[in-house]
Design a protein around this ligand. Structure first.
Ligand SMILES: [Zn+2]
Length: 215
């Protein structure tokens, strides 16, 4: 796990480019698919330094883009103050300039595929062998993962790391073909009565995720 932040970024960029170009020729251990139209949302590949999750990235609504933009400007402002910048000047450079800049950030409206390092395949196999599917897919647990938007139906899903670990571990342990995960859908908090017991995430536009399953 040694290495500098620079090496970390370089390796992510390298893997991102590699999987973008080559992933169709590679065998994924696990794949996340849209439950409506079976489009690929993300997949786990075993590379020389462990498992990597490639995913499509998520599409933000215009409201979400605006909120994210404002949140970033507020963060920039805080950082400038922290580093001793004059308040008026920091304001003018960040939140004060919001009205002059465009909210429209095109890359946010068109999802950009991303890669995330997941860890070793041996640990995924151990996790698969030690875990109960019913237990790890419970809705009242803390969720960690990435958003991925389906290119066809435009629904956004949460590809949970735990689900992909389990599925990749299963594929490696049983030496089967890739294991398909149907990830949970991301829905606004309170919209789905079935999720009353599930945690909500996010302060500005709270969301919940429906249960993931294996196909
Ligand atoms: Zn879809």
């Amino acid at each position: 796990m040694a290495g500098t932040a620079g090496e970390w970024f370089d390796r992510h960029e390298e893997v991102g480019r590699y999987l973008c170009a080559k992933r169709r020729d590679l065998r994924a251990l696990a794949a996340a698919q849209c439950e409506r139209d079976s489009r690929l949302l993300g997949a786990v590949y075993h590379l020389k330094d462990g498992m990597w999750l490639w995913h499509r990235g998520s599409r933000f609504t215009p409201e979400e883009s605006t909120r994210e933009y404002l949140a970033n400007a507020a963060n920039e402002y805080d950082t400038l103050i922290e580093y001793g910048e004059d308040r008026a000047k920091a304001w003018a450079m960040t939140l004060g300039a919001v009205g002059e800049r465009s909210f429209c950030s095109p890359e946010r409206n068109n999802p950009i595929p991303e890669v995330v390092k997941l860890g070793g395949v041996e640990r995924a196999v151990e996790f698969y062998r030690a875990s109960s599917l019913a237990e790890i897919s419970r809705l009242d647990r803390e969720l960690r993962g990435v958003f991925s938007t389906c290119p066809k139906c435009r629904l956004t899903y949460l590809i949970e790391y735990r689900a992909m670990h389990y599925a990749a571990g299963k594929a490696a342990a049983e030496r089967t073909r890739q294991v398909i995960v149907l990830p949970g859908r991301v829905v606004p908090d309170g919209r789905d009565p079935g999720l009353a017991a599930a945690r909500a995430y996010g302060l500005i536009s709270p969301w919940q995720a429906t249960q993931w399953r294996l196909c």
